[in-house]
Write a new protein. Structure first.
Lengths: 209, 127
């Protein structure tokens, strides 16, 4: 019965969003999951230009960025959205980690300060989202409390969620582990960096959003 | 030395969300690991993260957080729905929440039968 109620809510939400001309599609997740790489891939695929800079050092995206009016099409299906790339959500930020990654002490302290503001801003934006892609690094343990808290919050706010298992081009990638951690959601394995399986992601977006 | 401070749910039950978060963070900022009976609401959990970010400075680097909940597979459907409603409104006494300062706790790992608190190695001062 709970499954039936969930289906009803899901269909209600789908119909509700179909009536909207544009939706806000958020990219959420922990730092270095590949949110901006995915945002760049989506923008390259549909607008021909990238959205933001990426870096192996965590918290490269420290403020919310919005790319407006992205239209994606597949057959007769069409979806129009504003793409919202958010800073990675973390429970701790230590500037010394940035120093270890090669930044000067001054740069590291500045980055840490901006990163804390970014997390707060990302959380504030949660309420504005119509649908969210939670972007997880498929080479990492998905059972982190941050992941559970983000997804739990979206669930509590009744915001439709699609989980992306990113970085499937890497040997350690484990999509099944993410599927077992969040069995109630559709999980799509992609490589945002190389554009692998993006068609499946767009198909799933039509279903969720 | 690692100090654990137990916070019974009755201590936070009558508090507003902001005060609940403050109470927990006060414990964690005094370099203790808070063991909260039950859990916060989903919104309070994100509130805890936001407030943690506001408090980060050279001494306080953030928190490690883990929520352990009881297995509900054996609970009846009506009870499940009741629990979900209660949890959304006021949090719950069920389970336990562990919140530790990131300067002391590097990671908290959950196993079906055990919890591992991985502590940060501190450099010993030379005499």
């Amino acid at each position: 019965m709970i499954h039936a109620v969930n289906n009803f809510i899901q269909h209600f939400l789908q119909n509700f969003f179909k009536k909207k001309r544009h939706i806000k599609l958020g990219l959420y997740g922990p730092p270095n999951g590949g949110k901006t790489t995915l945002a760049n891939r989506i923008c390259l695929d549909w607008l021909g230009e990238e959205m933001g800079s990426v870096s192996p050092i965590p918290h490269e995206t420290r403020e919310v960025k919005v790319k407006e009016q992205i239209n994606i099409k597949s057959g007769k299906k069409e979806l129009s959205f504003n793409l919202v790339d958010t800073p990675g959500i973390a429970t701790k930020i230590d500037y010394e980690d940035f120093v270890k990654a090669g930044l000067s002490s001054r740069e590291a302290k500045k980055r840490a300060k901006e990163a804390t503001r970014g997390v707060i801003e990302a959380i504030k934006w949660l309420d504005d989202m119509d649908a969210v892609i939670v972007t997880l690094d498929s080479t990492r343990d998905p059972y982190s409390q941050v992941n559970i808290t983000i997804i739990g919050n979206l669930e509590a706010r009744k915001i439709p969620v699609l989980i992306v298992a990113n970085k499937i081009d890497l040997k350690k990638a484990n999509i099944k582990k993410i599927q077992s951690a969040f069995p109630q959601y559709e999980v799509v394995g992609i490589s945002a960096k190389f554009g692998e399986n993006m068609d499946k992601l767009y198909e799933s977006l039509f279903e969720v959003a | 030395m690692l100090t654990l401070q137990f916070i019974p749910y009755s201590d936070i039950e009558g508090l507003s969300s902001e005060k609940r978060v403050k109470k927990i963070l006060d414990v964690v900022k005094s370099e203790k690991v808070a063991l909260l009976e039950g859990r916060l609401t989903r919104e309070e959990e994100t509130g805890l993260i936001s407030t943690t970010m506001e408090n980060i400075n050279s001494n306080f680097k953030g928190i490690e957080l883990l929520v352990l909940t009881a297995d509900r597979k054996s609970v009846g459907m009506m009870k499940k729905i009741q629990n979900m409603v209660v949890e959304l409104i006021s949090g719950t006494r069920q389970g336990i929440t562990i919140i530790g300062p990131a300067t002391i706790i590097k990671d908290i790992k959950k196993d079906p039968d055990k919890i591992q608190l991985l502590t940060v190695e501190r450099k010993r001062k030379k005499r």
